[in-house]
Each structure stands twice: as C-alpha cells, then as structure tokens.
Design a protein around this ligand. Structure first.
Ligand code: NAP
Length: 309
C-alpha cells in the first residue's frame, strides 16, 4: 500500500512519534489535530492541519486521498468518554465514505476482550468496536505502559532531583515497557495488512521487567545509580489530580476513584495486563524495538524537562 497516511492526534506525544517514524520511513503524512500544529521530524517540520473530531464533514474532506489513518484519541481517563466514542464513529464513517483502505488504531492502553467495569478502559472498548464496525479494514494496536511516562512531570522530577524511579507498580509487577517510537514502528508494520483486519494486538517493548530491573537498566543507560520506589497508589492519584487539574473535565473525586481502581487492578490482576510476549507479535508485525537502556541513552537525564501532562 502506498499513498498518504493521516495521523489523528498528530500533536500529541503518541501521534507526534508516529509522524516522525512515518516520515523517516518515507511515507507521505497528513498531520491532523484540533489546533493544526506542525510536528517536528528529523527531516524537517510537517505542517499540521486543523480538524475537530466533532466535524465529520471536515474529517471526510481530510481523509480523501489517504490510504490509511492512524487513530490516536484523547484521554478517556480524564474526560467524559461519550464524546470520544462518538468521535470514533465519525472517524469510521468518514473514512469509509472517503474510500480509506485501512484504519490502524492505537488504544493507548491495554483493552481486555471483555469489559472489566473500568470507565476509561470500557470506553476504549466501545471506541475500538465503533472502528471495527466502520466497514474499513481496521487493526487495533494496544500498548501497555510507555517508557516515555517517566519523562512526564509526575515521574521525572523524582528521577532527576532525587535519583529515585518512583512508579505506582508493585515490586513484582511484570511490565513490558514500550516507547512511543516502538509503538509507531509496530503501527507502520501493520500498514497494508488486510489480513490483520478485526484483530486486537496487545504490544509492549522487547523486555519485560519488574520495577527493580527497570531501575537497574535505566541506571545503566544514564550512567547514574538510581533507586526505586513502589509509589503508593493514593499518592500517585493525588499527583495525577494536581497534574491534570484544569485539563481534566471529569469531576476530581470520580477521577481519583477510577484511577485508584484501575491501578489496583493493574497491580493485582492475575491477567497480568502489562505483560506481553512480543515473540509472536514480532512475527506478525516485524519491527526493530528499543531496549530500556537504549531508550535511556536517547533521553538524557538532563534537568527537569518533562514532555507534558
Ligand atoms: N499507556 C500509557 O502508558 C499511557 C500514558 C499516557 C497516556 N496514555 C493514554 O493516552 C491517551 C491520550 O493521551 P494524551 O491525553 O496524553 O494525549 P495528548 O498527547 O494530549 O494528545 C491528544 C491529541 O488529540 C488531539 N485532540 C484533542 N481533542 C481533539 C479534538 N476535539 N479534535 C481533534 N483533535 C483533538 C490533540 O490536538 P491539539 O494538540 O491540537 O489539542 C492532540 O493531538 C489517554 O487515553 C491516556 O490515558 C497512556
């Protein structure tokens, strides 16, 4: 498959990595977002195009001439989901009408086959279903925890200022940490693969580690001895509430309760939702993945420079 690839959510941290990787892989990219901001890439900035997810006619106009769409939808953890579920329907209808051949969707989090009663995750379940029902070949790529989260303002200062990797994971929780670039490469590997239509594919990085091993690998990459701390979930939720105050549209108490519930589940579920065996996935979606140590080297431990949120 050749032709233009539209990236929805191109100015977000996940979408921007997809724009960079697509451009580096030689694709023609249409960078879509609410603001229409440009996206910096190693080959120069890609101009952005503004389109609101509520504007189906605008989505249709922009999708014309695109062979595939990478879908990144905004947070279901910090805002009301109904509008986002409708947005998924609009994207599906607009893509179908515009003759788009494929949708490659990023769920931004693990989404079990059955709903588990967690609002953010259940909403992603509905969004995935809307895209699958669109009539366009759709594959759902479902990442676990981003390494890039460590650079967010709720995790980075502890690493830089105190030398402590503090994260709300139990010491024995196994996590296949993935970086945004690797997710983008796996999505790119899915382009043109109509055989993947209707599949939900959980993805992670090349290593599955517990918090102490993660810290050891980061220490190696950054050349600095770090300690680790299993952050109590209530403390983490409080930090997230502060980080997202003014951005979240959900009422604070509801947001905190939902976050606490889902993090307890992540930590305790026998399903081990953050562990992915990447061997079969890489046979299906061949991609070069980044080790934790290599990711650390690419993201130097310099000063307090969080990536957002
Ligand atoms: N698995 C993990 O480790 C992990 C970590 C972090 C986040 N997440 C999840 O990732 C998801 C999204 O992350 P985020 O909130 O951090 O995304 P983000 O980086 O803030 O990006 C949001 C993108 O959506 C666009 N957008 C927002 N509203 C829009 C609208 N009405 N019309 C068109 N475009 C719109 C934004 O455009 P503008 O820039 O123009 O507004 C931006 O490009 C959430 O569900 C979050 O829970 C997962």
């Amino acid at each position: 498959m050749t032709g233009k690839i539209a990236v929805i959510g191109a100015t977000g941290v996940q979408g921007a990595a997809q724009v960079r990787e697509l451009v580096s892989a030689g694709h023609d990219v249409l960078a879509l977002s609410r603001s229409g901001g440009a996206v910096a890439t190693p080959l120069g900035p890609v101009a952005g195009t503004a389109v609101d997810l509520g504007d189906e006619a605008g989505l249709f106009r922009n999708f014309q001439g695109c062979t595939a769409i990478f879908v990144n939808l905004p947070s279901t953890s910090f805002q009301e989901a109904s509008g986002l579920i409708e947005a998924a329907s609009r994207i599906g209808r607009a893509a179908n009408s515009a003759g788009v051949e494929q949708i490659v969707s990023n769920t931004s989090m693990p989404v079990p086959a059955e709903k588990r009663g967690f609002a953010a995750q259940d909403a992603r379940h509905d969004m995935r279903a809307r895209l699958f029902e669109s009539g366009v070949d759709t594959v759902s790529i479902e990442p676990v925890v981003y390494l890039d989260n460590l650079r967010q303002r709720w995790a980075w200062p502890s690493i830089v200022e105190r030398g402590v990797v503090s994260y709300p994971h139990a010491p024995d929780l196994e996590v296949s940490w993935i970086c945004h670039e690797d997710l983008a490469r796996l999505m790119i590997a899915a382009i043109g693969r109509s055989d993947l239509s209707g599949k939900s594919i959980p993805v992670g990085g090349p290593e599955t580690v517990r918090l102490p091993d993660l810290t050891a690998r980061l220490s190696q990459g950054w050349g600095r001895k770090l300690d680790w701390r299993s952050q109590p979930i209530p403390e983490f939720c409080e930090g997230m509430r502060r980080a997202f105050s003014g951005i979240a549209t959900l009422e604070a108490e509801r947001l905190m309760t939902e976050l606490r519930r889902i993090y307890e589940w992540y930590n305790q579920s026998p399903e081990k939702p953050f562990r992915v065996d990447m061997e079969p996935v890489l046979k299906l979606l061949p991609a070069k993945l980044t080790s934790i140590e290599e990711w650390a080297r690419r993201n130097p431990l310099l000063g307090n420079h969080p990536i957002g949120g």
